[in-house]
Design a protein around this ligand. Structure first.
Ligand code: E4P
Length: 215
């Protein structure tokens, strides 16, 4: 399973990359705004220099023509840029055009299996179902992942399933067990994946015992 970091914070991206487990980055307009990156292009150039993997950059227009123009410019920045497109009818039209041009897309804001089927049919490279936001409204987000995995398998759709809006390590592990291709998560969750109290207790004991032996 590929691990992406869901942030526009360059320090967090560097730290996760240094851990040696990072396969890509997802950003969205809210994350970019939170970090105050007024120059989107320059931010993306910095990210592609840190991580050699898929970097999702989202369009901020809502008509097919505008999305296509925006996406083409984003795709020119670097071959690793994946154009992130919202799952609306205009977005699907744009995905079809991008797919014919060989521009890879991440179809975002997916909240249902029917939406995921349409994205795959339009030629999405990645589909991003938002599990945490479904959990927030008392719907089981991981159930949606399980449905999409089965449907894509039934029809051999090549679109990669990215578990998005991950809030904790259980989302990550369940996604891996279901066979999702990618999980994207905030840096805090990546840190949580590493930690286990028994690892810390065990390591302290080993080091104490070693000290006793050697004085
Ligand atoms: C995915 O690409 C999105 O940026 C992200 O996972 C949204 O997560 P949130 O629901 O925590 O904002």
């Amino acid at each position: 399973m590929k691990i992406f970091i869901d942030t526009a914070n360059l320090d967090e991206i560097k730290q996760a990359a240094e851990m040696g487990i990072l396969d890509g980055v997802t950003t969205n307009p809210s994350l970019v705004s939170k970090e105050g990156h007024k120059d989107f292009r320059s931010m993306l150039e910095k990210i592609v220099a840190i991580v050699d993997g898929d970097i999702s950059a989202e369009v901020v227009s809502t008509t097919c023509n505008e999305m296509v123009n925006e996406g083409r410019e984003l795709a020119k920045i670097h071959e690793n840029i994946v154009v992130k497109v919202p799952l609306i009818a205009e977005g699907l039209k744009a995905v079809k055009i991008f797919s014919a041009e060989g521009i890879r897309t991440n179809v975002t804001l997916c909240f249902s299996a029917s939406q995921a089927i349409l994205a795959a049919k339009a030629g999405a490279y990645i589909i991003s179902p938002f599990v945490g936001r479904l959990d927030d409204i008392s719907q089981n987000g991981m159930e949606l992942i399980s449905q999409i995995v089965q449907i894509y398998d039934n029809y051999d759709y090549q679109t990669q399933i990215l578990v998005a809006s991950v809030r904790h390590p259980i989302h990550f592990v369940e996604g891996a067990m279901m066979g999702a291709d990618i999980s994207t998560m905030p840096f805090k969750v990546i840190e949580q994946l590493v930690k286990h109290p028994l690892t810390d207790i065990g390591l302290n004991k080993f080091l104490d015992d070693w000290k006793k032996l050697n004085g």
